[in-house]
Design a protein around this ligand. Structure first.
Ligand code: R5P
Length: 314
């Protein structure tokens, strides 16, 4: 039997993460030119023979979302036409995921559309992390492996020695994620009952659970404008929480998120490196926890047709 060669290639969304994954796997990234034509069209050229390869293309569809999504699609097309044997789209952060249902008249379901585009480009599989909603897995008609950053974030949490900790879900939809964190450290659960006013503003309606005098860790999948976290932290302090921390899988940190977080009551915000955070956006309050090892292990297991469920054990 011919063994397919493991190959990694990266778009521009998060090259440091791709390089870290390659390093953990002890291989070099396949060189690829991913740029733009003068008119703004994405230009891709895979600069090495990849015929017959088991190729993993690493690209979060993070801001600039449209550009990064197009890069991913065009890279998959280039790899397919260059005779890759199998293509796995490694999407640490899957953008367009928040529009995942038709909850108002005349709105799209962009998560399904993005899944269709990736499938139509002819990816064979998808590897992703902490999807906004679990049902998005079903939007793909190809195999999808879904990882969780909980292990990495909880390892960090344990080092912080929170006093009588409570894990708070940032909204009702995030309870499942919060429960997973709580189970890891045997902590109690609280829920922030949040109402979204518009795409940039939220309002906290209620806090469910006992938080007075205790350290609270808010968990969420995404921090975009920072509005949800900052509002939630303020509401938790108002009802007596001692210190409030936050752990978020995908730190998009758009608009004035940094200013909001810096001037908020949050002690610290822990995010993963699923989305590239430039030096200019790093502040002492923001701690970046790498998921390179988790993704490298998952890539290795997929390549060798081994189960990845062992990665979820704690
Ligand atoms: C919403 O359902 C998500 O889980 C996040 O809470 C939300 O995307 C955060 O957005 P922002 O930081 O803009 O409030």
């Amino acid at each position: 039997m011919i063994e397919r060669k493991l190959m990694l290639v990266s778009g521009n969304a998060n090259r440091p993460l791709a390089a870290a994954i390659a390093k953990k796997l002890g291989i070099e990234l396949i060189p690829a030119t991913v740029g733009e034509f003068a008119d703004g069209e994405t230009q891709v050229k895979i600069d090495q023979d990849i015929r017959g390869g088991d190729v993993f293309v690493i690209q979060s569809t993070s801001p600039p979302v449209n550009q990064n999504l197009m890069e991913l699609l065009i890279m998959i097309d280039a790899l397919k036409r260059a005779s890759a044997e199998r293509i796995t789209a490694v999407i640490p952060y899957f953008g367009y995921s928040r529009q995942d249902r038709k909850d108002q008249p005349r709105v799209p379901i962009t998560a399904k559309l993005a899944a269709n585009l990736i499938t139509t480009a002819r990816a064979d599989r998808v590897l992703t992390l902490d999807l906004h909603a679990h049902q998005i897995q079903g939007f793909f008609d190809i195999p999808l492996d879904h990882l969780y950053a909980v292990n990495q974030l909880v390892t960090y949490l344990k080092r912080r020695h929170l006093r009588n900790p409570v894990i708070a879900s940032a909204d009702v939809g995030g309870v499942k994620m919060a429960r997973r964190f709580a189970a890891y450290i045997g902590a109690d659960l609280a829920v922030v009952d949040k109402r979204r006013i518009d795409s940039r503003q939220t309002e906290v309606m209620n806090i469910l659970g006992e938080v007075a005098g205790r350290d609270v860790l808010i968990v969420d999948d995404i921090c975009a404008t920072g509005g949800s976290l900052v509002e939630a932290a303020a509401a938790l302090r108002k009802v007596g929480a001692r210190k409030v921390y936050a752990a978020v899988s995908h730190g998009l940190l758009v608009d004035d998120a940094l200013t909001k977080i810096e001037s908020s009551v949050l002690e610290e915000l822990w995010i993963t490196d699923s989305v590239f955070l430039p030096k200019s956006k790093r502040t002492p309050k923001i701690k970046v926890i790498s998921i390179a090892q988790l993704l490298a292990e998952a890539v290795k297991r997929i390549h060798h047709d081994r189960s990845i469920s062992a990665l979820f054990k704690h």
